[in-house]
Design a protein around this ligand. Structure first.
Ligand code: MCU
Length: 387
């Protein structure tokens, strides 16, 4: 009798539990497979070999993908610090974050925030895409958060002032933590008119890698707009290695770890054997699903146009499996200077900003542009329809 009352109540509670509560039941491993595999890892299998069948399974899969990326490439992404306060005044949003007796202060500028409930784009450095009227720009001096002047920048910047110069995070992770705090600050203050539920993030080239990782690590980002990110962003390490083997002048993991501090020192162990990573960057796109993502690319050899195109087409298979194929697009174009936005990518960008930031009816159907790239030669699995 006692149980017949308790059990239905329990069942109701479990079914009605919000997604975050159900995710708390995900078993996230602390060690990750390093078996050599030159094909892109199957995003629909857990590392223990079981199948990802449902959308709830996929939420759990993303937790292990995030953990693996942090352990092998990006370093630890810290949660909200124990103390936090923010102010907004006259176009400047500032926050102070504290942990373990240390604290840092940081400011970003906001422009174009007239009206109410204004969507915004957080721009690393400065936006090199056109930001339309009605969308505010939050300019993030990411170099101040984590320096990127080459190898000597390791552990330098405000993030490392707070967490210590020996923290495992590479600059991409330090910047993503900054984006997370900017959104905390938007939420904690008034007067700026920004709608925290409609925030996009962009950056070009090295900052495009940063924008990609921020969209992946910060679930409050509604739209990722990484531009010409190439290796470490939209390219898959494995495909770039295969392109390099074909004689292309393309950036690979073995080169990138020596050029700058974008990645964690943990990545060094994989730099010449990217085929042993547990994940690849189709799954970086998968971390953003089902949220909006438009990957903007160029056809400069160093960026790896075949690698970014194939990798992101595989990323779209993940969005398709989730039933939202058109929440992710890939717009690649050649014949323009690095980070100069060409007019033939404008309609794709407009469609994504309209849909995900301006709440307008807009078709983002089937945007998949780039050089020809044979996806089937890089994968040995098929995508299910997640229920
Ligand atoms: C595409 O981003 C980088 C690239 O990874 C580097 O190898 C190169 O030195 O700089 C590019 C960049 O950030 O250009 C502005």
């Amino acid at each position: 009798m006692k149980y017949s009352i308790v059990l239905p109540l329990l069942a109701t509670t479990v079914l009605a539990a919000p997604l975050e509560a159900r995710q708390a039941t995900c078993k996230v491993p602390t060690t990750f497979p390093t078996t050599a595999n030159s094909k892109l890892p199957n995003p629909f299998k857990f590392f223990d070999g079981t199948d990802v069948k449902t959308k709830a399974d996929f939420e759990c899969k993303n937790k292990e993908v995030s953990a693996a990326l942090q352990a092998q490439e990006l370093g630890t992404f810290p949660p909200k610090p124990s103390t936090f306060s923010a102010t907004y005044s006259g176009g400047t949003l500032s926050f102070t974050a504290g942990e373990g007796g240390k604290s840092i202060s940081f400011s970003v500028s906001i422009k174009g925030n007239t009206g109410s409930n204004v969507p915004a784009i957080i721009a690393y450095g400065a936006a090199s895409i056109p930001v339309p009227a009605g969308v505010a720009t939050i300019t993030f001096n990411n170099d101040q958060m984590g320096q990127q002047q080459g190898g000597s920048s390791r552990g330098k910047g405000k993030f490392y002032d707070l967490y210590g110069s020996g923290h495992s995070a590479g600059a991409l992770t330090a910047w993503a933590w900054g984006v997370d705090r900017i959104i905390d600050a938007v939420e904690a203050t008034t007067g700026h008119n920004i709608d925290p539920t409609r925030i996009g993030v962009t950056g070009c080239s090295r900052n495009g890698k940063g924008a990609f990782v921020a969209a992946a690590f910060v679930p409050r980002i509604a739209l990722g707009l990484p531009q010409e990110s190439g290796a470490g962003g939209a390219a898959c390490w494995r495909i770039s290695d295969s392109e390099k083997a074909k004689g292309k002048n393309i950036q690979t993991s073995s080169q990138i770890v020596g050029e700058n501090v974008w990645f964690s020192p943990l990545f060094n162990a994989f730099s010449t054997k990217a085929n042993t990573l547990s994940t690849d960057h189709h799954q970086l796109a998968g971390l953003i699903a089902p949220r909006g993502l438009l990957v903007i690319e160029n056809e400069i050899d160093w960026l790896g146009p075949v690698s970014t195109t194939a990798c992101m087409k595989v990323g779209r298979l993940i969005y398709k499996a989730l039933g939202v194929p058109d929440n992710m697009g890939l717009t690649g174009a050649g014949n323009h200077n690095h980070c100069s936005f060409p007019s033939n990518q404008q309609s794709d960008l407009t469609a994504y900003i309209n849909k995900f930031l301006l709440n307008k009816d807009s078709s983002t159907a089937g945007i998949e542009k780039g050089p020809s790239a044979d996806v089937s030669s890089y994968i040995d699995w098929t995508a299910p329809t997640l229920t």
